[in-house]
Design a protein around this ligand. Structure first.
Ligand code: GLU
Length: 483
């Protein structure tokens, strides 16, 4: 009924609803913040656009902070409105002005900030790094070597705060601060030689380092940053702060937080640098020949082309005539029986091979137990592609027996390698398997996939929409659009 009223053009009641909405949003400085969120049905979150926070992938919002904020909105039973801004100044101003309920943007808890804001529970810790370009300068070994170098950091950042503190011991230290730039802009300046040093959080460095092979860590600075959400420190946010405590305790104990950290931050650090370089080179040299085919097959099978590209790179380095001593062949390295089952006549034909591989992946994906949810479901399907559903199921049983969650990839990947040990595989139905291989296989594909995603993100710099109404619930969105 309410929806019908809202969708009737210029119905007087609709105006009342909208005015009421604007009134509660803008003119209620004394209302409890948590109550407002619940009344309005929307959690408004300020954020920054980037690979470690919030970005768009295949037309959908994603990123660590996005998923964490979405989980909190779900916990509250409200919709989520992400509000991306450029630069930390705008972010903190927005928070002070009450333009949002909280800020989720890879923010470190710092003494200066704590005097003006409050922070929710810290969700992870990251080192804060001084980065230099080894093709341009010698490695600075100590803080004193930073004096005389052209340093630039994000304005209002924890890094600027660290520099201010260092300056008390190293008075010749100078730096500049960027107001409306992002980390990626600083990395570009370093690449171009316009600056000598910048500071970034370790997760941001790892997310971007593959694109800057000459960048090196000079040293870390200060204490590792504890990342947390920031909230206005007005007393009317007290209930929201309490709710944040409960929410983080819940996702910590349920493993959801560890899962998000694993998904967005962990694997890239483990990716050996050389392999990444080879991948990026092949991406320039070989991928362009097959990208069209990969995109075509991805559309046919409703997959993300970058995911299919990552699998085919792992399988054959995008070489359609690849061949292994065991007789697997082609772009997707299919065995003869599998190819036959999938209707692939010529395994060396890249289009047929890609279609066969995509079909096989989708088939395994569909056959997995229902309670394995995406994105883990995708990692499980890949593991099954590599080792078979039987062995994977064995590893899930071992996971459950040893107190892990058989539906989480991060728990099962710890148990898969046990299938090599007699003590473990003798308890299983399908017996011995080289269980470490699917783990490497999946983790490689995840790395390649993220490299393809982040490369596009950095190259085209497509930010998510800045207009809040794009992520407002449909009913409200409809109303605001007509104002
Ligand atoms: N953690 C940093 C801060 O709180 C921002 C992230 C970065 O720039 O690396 O200022």
């Amino acid at each position: 009924m309410a929806e019908r009223i809202i969708s009737t053009k210029w119905h007087p009641l609709r105006l009342v609803v909208l005015l009421l909405l604007l009134f509660t949003t803008a003119c209620s400085p004394s209302q409890d913040a948590l109550e407002s969120i619940r009344n309005e049905g929307v959690l408004r979150v300020l954020t920054r656009n980037g690979p470690t926070t919030y970005y768009e992938s295949q037309g959908n919002p994603t990123g660590f902070e996005y998923h964490l904020a979405k989980a909190f909105a779900d916990h509250l039973g409200v919709e989520l409105a992400m509000i991306p801004v450029v630069g930390l100044e705008e972010l903190f101003a927005g928070l002070q002005e009450g333009r949002a309920d909280l800020a989720a943007a890879g923010l470190s808890i710092t003494p200066e900030r704590s005097a003006q804001l409050q922070f929710g529970p810290s969700y992870t810790t990251v080192k804060q790094l001084f980065i230099y370009n080894r093709s341009l300068i010698e490695k600075p070994l100590e803080y004193k070597d930073l004096q005389g170098l052209r340093i630039r950091v994000l304005g209002n950042s924890s890094h600027a705060e660290i520099l201010r503190k260092l300056k008390t011991s190293y008075p010749a230290l100078e730096w500049s601060e960027s107001r409306d730039q992002e980390t990626i802009d600083l990395l570009e300046l370093l690449q171009e030689g316009d600056i000598d040093i910048t500071m970034v959080d370790a997760n941001e460095f790892h997310a971007n380092r593959a694109f800057y092979p000459d960048f090196r860590i000079a040293m870390s600075a200060g204490q590792p940053g504890k990342l947390a959400w920031a909230v206005n420190n007005d007393p009317r946010y007290a209930a929201l702060m309490k709710e944040l405590e409960d929410f983080f305790a819940k996702i910590r104990s349920q493993g959801e937080l560890a899962r998000l950290i694993d998904r967005f931050f962990t694997f890239n650090e483990r990716q050996p640098f050389i392999r990444t370089q080879t991948f990026l080179q092949m991406k320039e040299e070989r991928l362009p020949h097959y990208k069209g085919l990969i995109e075509q097959v991805a559309i046919e099978y409703d997959m993300d082309w970058r995911f299919l590209a990552a699998i085919s790179y792992q399988e054959s380095f995008w070489n359609p005539s690849a061949k292994s001593p065991t007789g697997v062949r082609g772009m997707m390295m299919l065995t003869r029986p599998t190819a036959k089952e999938l209707g692939v006549e010529d395994r060396l034909d890249p289009l047929q091979s890609l279609r066969g591989g995509a079909r096989y992946y989708k088939k395994l994906y569909a056959r997995l137990p229902n309670n394995i949810e995406p994105p883990d479901r995708g990692w499980f399907a890949l593991a099954a592609y590599n080792i078979g559903l039987g062995h994977l199921e064995d590893a899930r049983v071992l996971t459950e027996k040893s107190g892990g969650n058989p539906n989480l990839w991060k728990d099962v990947k710890e148990r898969l390698p046990l299938l090599r040990q007699r003590k473990w595989y003798k308890q299983t139905r399908y017996g011995y398997a080289r269980g470490d291989e699917p783990v490497r296989y999946v983790e490689n594909i995840r790395s390649y996939y993220s490299l393809l995603t982040w490369d596009e993100l950095n190259r085209y710099r497509v930010p998510p929409p800045r207009i809040v109404s794009d992520y407002l619930p449909a009913a409200l969105n409809h109303g605001l659009g007509a104002l």
